[in-house]
Design a protein around this ligand. Structure first.
Ligand code: FAD
Length: 371
């Protein structure tokens, strides 16, 4: 049985652990005292097929079967709930909806163009002087991120994976045909390392003597403002050029400027100027008149230059697998990429359900950084 060390206990690490634990001996190492402390615990929790790179979209589609039929006893409640997404455009932006609609139709998002009247029927608070049209996608859902993360942890533990928190990886050396991974209080020999360290992915590679691939963490802040129960059936509303978004969350509205600001790996804090700018843009597009903020947080969405996922063994370092570059889609695609990386580690054929969803494993390999 292969011995696998997974570095990182965010959604990527636990998705890999859950899919590998039934057939390998898995040890997951997380530097923080709790799992999902970094980006995974700070997302907007949306499943949106018409989003992300060409490698990611089929993985989102392939993930739907896990959400709809999670393995027995892995979760106590549904992982997805209805939401819908409404991309909106001003008169000047209206042509931008066309290309988004084409991408959505190609990805199976069920995208439908709607006029200004229909946009306002769906979200009456949108200002008729602002909105000229929209793109409506009923396939968008809210994700129970904590439930999904916990489902992966339960599956992994049920198959005897060991999950160690408070265990930062501080050294990695080759050991025979495999690796030896060092934390402050242990050395673990393994055949395979899965680098699921998010914003720290290049640092883990460097520790192992593997060249980095150019990961860039980007800050994004989200915040909650007072809402109303009457808003609860509104969809996610997104500016077509991603200048802002908002959606109901209980009796509050979750909002964001949807900004991307390069940052070092770490624990970023919100910049209130970004929050103020988002409020200004949302108030310009709506009649909401937002004045107060209940809470705010910032996370790092980490990209490689082509903004697609990186999944697979590094061609320069046998046994070193990358599972990084999740950017803004790492929650929704996690069942799909968990299954894909498990098939790669186990040297299985790519699972038929992934191929049927249009997944091309070659597209997301790290080989594209090694020419
Ligand atoms: C505001 C915002 C909104 C978002 N909205 C969505 C959304 O609606 N839908 C969606 O799908 N995605 C969304 N995302 C993106 C999503 O949250 C990420 O793609 C995903 O969480 C990345 O998961 P990860 O496991 O790669 O990273 P992380 O959750 O950051 O996990 C990496 C882990 O590695 C650990 N680690 C690092 N170095 C070491 C070390 N040396 N030793 C041990 N452990 C280490 C870290 O402590 C961390 O826990 C959003 C992100 C943000 C910030």
């Amino acid at each position: 049985m292969k011995r696998v060390v997974v570095v990182g206990g965010g959604i990527a690490g636990v998705a890999a652990a859950a899919h590998l634990a039934p057939r390998t001996q898995v040890t997951l190492l997380e530097m923080e005292s709790t799992l999902a402390y970094h980006t995974t615990g700070r997302s907007a929790a949306t499943f949106l097929i018409n989003y992300g790179g060409k490698g990611a979209r089929p993985l989102a589609a392939a993930s739907q079967s896990f959400y709809e039929n999670p393995p027995p006893a892995s979760t106590d409640s549904p992982l997805l709930s209805p939401r819908g997404a409404l991309w909106i455009a001003t008169r000047k932006q209206i042509s931008h909806l066309e290309s988004l609609a084409a991408a959505g139709r190609a990805s199976g998002a069920g995208s439908v163009m709607v006029d200004a009247q229909e946009v306002r029927r769906i979200v009456p608070a949108l200002d008729p002087a602002y909105v000229a049209g929209g793109l409506w996608e009923t396939s968008a859902r809210d994700i129970d991120v904590a439930g999904l993360h916990q489902a992966f942890v339960r599956i992994a533990r049920r198959h005897e994976a060991e999950i160690r928190t408070g265990s930062p990886v501080v050294g990695i050396v080759t050991q025979g045909t495999g690796w030896s991974v060092r934390t402050h209080d242990a050395e673990i020999d393994c055949d395979v390392i899965i680098n699921a360290a998010g914003a720290w992915g290049d640092r883990i590679a460097t520790l192992a003597g593997v060249d980095p691939i150019g990961l860039v963490p980007m800050r994004r802040t989200a915040f909650m403002v007072p809402g109303d129960e009457a808003y609860s059936d509104w969809p996610l509303v997104v500016d077509v050029d991603e200048g802002f978004y908002f959606r109901p969350d209980g009796t509050q509205l979750l909002c964001s400027l949807a900004e991307e600001i390069p940052a070092d790996p770490g624990d970023p804090r919100p910049n209130m100027e970004d929050v103020a700018l988002a409020i200004d843009r949302i108030n310009t597009a709506t009649t909401l008149g937002i004045r107060t903020v209940n809470s705010q947080w910032t996370g790092l969405r980490t990209f490689v230059p082509d903004r697609d996922l990186v999944i697979g063994e590094d061609p320069t370092a046998p046994g070193f697998f990358w599972l990084v570059g999740q950017g803004g889609i790492g929650i929704m695609t996690s069942p799909g990429y968990g299954e894909l990386i498990a098939s790669q580690v186990l040297e299985d054929e790519t699972p038929a359900n992934l191929l049927e969803a249009g997944v091309d494993p070659g597209r997301t390999l790290p080989d594209r950084f090694r020419t």
